[in-house]
Design a binder for this molecule. Structure first.
Ligand code: ADP
Ligand code: MG
Ligand code: MG
Length: 240
């Protein structure tokens, strides 16, 4: 089942200046799909566009077959699009639990049940629920950001560089959490600079450059493909 389909997507920040130039992405139910690419390739722009934050010049975005092209970002949440930005905006002075409540702002019912489900998925958050989020480690704060995005039960969760700026140990923890989220039934589209570690937990991936996908393949094939390293880092040889 196709959850997300972005077709021939052209979008940008300024009218007449496309940053995405005909990008195509498909994500199937239950997949973790990772987008790789050099700095400035348009990775963040791609997921911000899908999240309704930019103007779509042309092309189409569908979620579970429904055309959601051009819907405003606050409505995208109700459509089932979850988004954790590159620098996550967890509120440092609010407790873990208050952060989760913020995530449920579009929900009218079932907030307590959803909170319980989130605590079941991430028992660490239950333990830390009354602590200000500013006291948590980077990995734990990322867990709060995931938990908050899950409060509205998105059909697709998009993560922009979830492991950015974390120590190697915490990178492993964040990727474990990404897998847990997927295993709980959420489909994931993720952008990662940490190419190898990101692909290790992914089903498929795309390499984006100059606003368009250059390679699409299964994650294990991308790991072995020397073209990926060349496009991605300008270096010869695969990622393994
Ligand atoms: P990536 O996430 O792959 O590193 P981005 O999607 O952030 O790349 O950026 C792609 C291009 O869009 C870059 O050329 C960048 O300068 C431009 N860009 C990013 N954000 C903005 C913005 N807010 N306004 C104008 N241009 C932007
Ligand atoms: Mg970048
Ligand atoms: Mg980016």
């Amino acid at each position: 089942e196709v959850v997300l389909q972005a077709s021939d997507l052209e979008a940008g920040y300024t009218p007449g200046v496309p940053i995405l130039r005909g990008a195509n992405v498909v994500v199937h139910a239950g997949e973790i799909v990772t987008v790789l690419g050099p700095n400035g390739a348009g990775k963040s722009t791609l997921i911000k566009t899908i999240a309704g934050m930019l103007t779509v010049f042309s092309g189409k975005v569908t979620l579970l077959g429904k055309d959601i092209t051009g819907i405003a970002s606050h409505r995208m949440v109700a459509e089932g699009i979850g988004y954790v930005p590159q620098v996550n905006n967890v509120f440092a002075k609010l407790t873990v639990e208050e952060n989760l409540e913020m995530g449920a702002y579009t929900r009218k019912t079932g907030i307590a049940e959803r909170m319980e489900a989130t605590y079941e998925l991430f028992p660490d958050l239950a333990r830390l629920r009354h602590l200000p989020a500013g006291k948590l480690s980077g990995g734990q704060r990322q867990m709060v950001a995931f938990g908050r995005a899950l409060m509205v039960e998105p059909k697709l969760l998009m993560l922009d560089e979830p492991s950015a700026g974390l120590s190697p140990k915490l990178v492993g923890m964040v990727f474990e959490n990404v897998q847990q989220v997927r295993d709980s039934g959420v489909t994931i589209l993720m952008v990662e600079q940490n190419a190898k570690a990101g692909l290790m937990i992914s089903d498929r991936g795309y390499v984006l450059a100059e606003g368009k996908e250059q390679i699409e393949d299964r994650a294990d094939a991308l790991l072995k493909n020397p073209e990926v390293g060349e496009l991605y880092l300008g270096s010869r040889g695969g990622l393994l």
